[in-house]
Ligand binder design. Structure first.
Ligand code: G3P
Ligand code: MG
Length: 335
């Protein structure tokens, strides 16, 4: 058995395994980086062990988020080792042209959607700018309307919820107007208010952890609201597609990102044999990692607290205090 203190040869230790880290509640809590997060990433750099970030967060470009995280965590993070909730929306670009983009600060997500390649990216502020009576209680200020764009007469092809909405009321009204429009034409109504446009949510987190001592409602809470209002309004169940952790679509995407990263940054030609998923949310990180066949390590520094119930699908390989303990345990298991 090699001692951890020795400089382990990367090819011996790290060719077969790697890490996928959740962010909120594992490496950071809101604006505050966790010391154990900084130490864990420094340790992995010293031992040449590959890792990626896999977050249900979002709302800005991958480049912008990675710059902020690098500064917060004191380590250079590359955009090729980063997967956020809406990154896999890139795979929908050839299917939809005109999309309603929802969530995030101001019109940041419009630019993210455009950079992904969507041709016509509309935000609720554009709809309100064209007719303020669409939602008379809107919270938009004049300088928000300066960012608005004129609406084309084209039909909407899809609704993409990129991040947590900042005005649930306004976004609920505009989203359901699009979903129940006659074949995607805003301002019309389909017969029996039937859903005519698909909707995608970028994650389903009912809860997530920031600096506040108790978990906060996430995009999953918003989705449940949309589905309840839609059901009351139309009498039908809403058909929605949800990506992000714990869903397969996102884990498959992340697994290929991890193997590409190992190849480009470490020169490994083999696919990774074992991935340790370190997360704070049993419902997303642990359930998703288990479902995809990764080894899961649950930390107590975020949503999960000692004594919380864990159903069979969300049981981790181990529960540890924090991400540094998770890394040390995984390396021990590999030695
Ligand atoms: O929106 C942030 C929240 O959904 C959780 O992010 O990093 O814990 O997956 P994360
Ligand atoms: Mg988290």
């Amino acid at each position: 058995r090699r001692h951890l203190s020795q400089k382990t040869k990367p090819s011996e230790l790290a060719r077969d395994f790697a890490f996928a880290f959740d962010i909120d509640g594992v490496l950071i809590r809101g604006a505050k980086a966790l010391e154990e997060g900084k130490e864990a990433l420094k340790y992995l750099r010293e031992h040449n062990i590959p890792w990626i970030l896999l977050t249900n967060g979002g709302g800005k470009s991958e480049t912008e988020r990675v710059e902020g995280l690098s500064a917060q965590l004191g380590i250079d993070i590359h955009v090729d080792q980063f997967v956020q909730s809406h990154t896999p929306f890139k795979r929908l670009v050839h299917r939809y042209d005109k999309v309603l983009v929802v969530g995030g600060d101001r019109d940041k997500c419009r630019h993210v959607a455009q950079d992904y390649g969507f041709k016509d990216c509309v935000m609720p502020v554009d709809v309100l700018a064209s007719n303020k009576s669409v939602w008379p209680f809107h919270r938009f200020a004049q300088d928000d309307f300066l960012l608005s764009r004129p609406l084309s007469s084209e039909k909407f092809d899809a609704v993409l919820v990129f991040n947590d909405p900042r005005d649930w009321g306004c976004d609920t009204q505009v989203i359901i107007d699009v979903l129940t429009s006659d074949n995607g034409y805003y301002g019309t109504k389909s017969s029996q208010l039937k859903q005519t446009v698909p909707i995608y949510f970028s994650n389903d987190d009912l809860l997530w952890a920031n600096e506040y001592p108790h978990p906060r409602f996430g995009q999953g809470a918003f989705r449940r609201g949309i589905e309840t209002v839609y059901k009351e309004y139309s009498g039908a169940e809403l058909e929605s597609t949800i990506i992000g952790k714990p869903f397969l679509f996102t884990y498959e995407y992340a697994h290929s990102v991890l193997n590409d990263w190992r190849r480009h940054a470490f020169g490994y030609t083999n696919d990774v044999h074992r991935v340790y998923m370190v997360g704070d949310n049993p419902a997303s990180d642990i359930r998703g990692g288990n479902g995809y066949g990764w080894d899961t390590l649950l930390v107590k520094s975020g949503v999960y607290k000692d004594g919380d119930k864990l159903d069979s699908r969300s049981k981790p390989r181990a529960v540890v205090d924090n991400v540094l303990a998770a890394v040390k345990l995984a390396v021990e298991l590999e030695i």
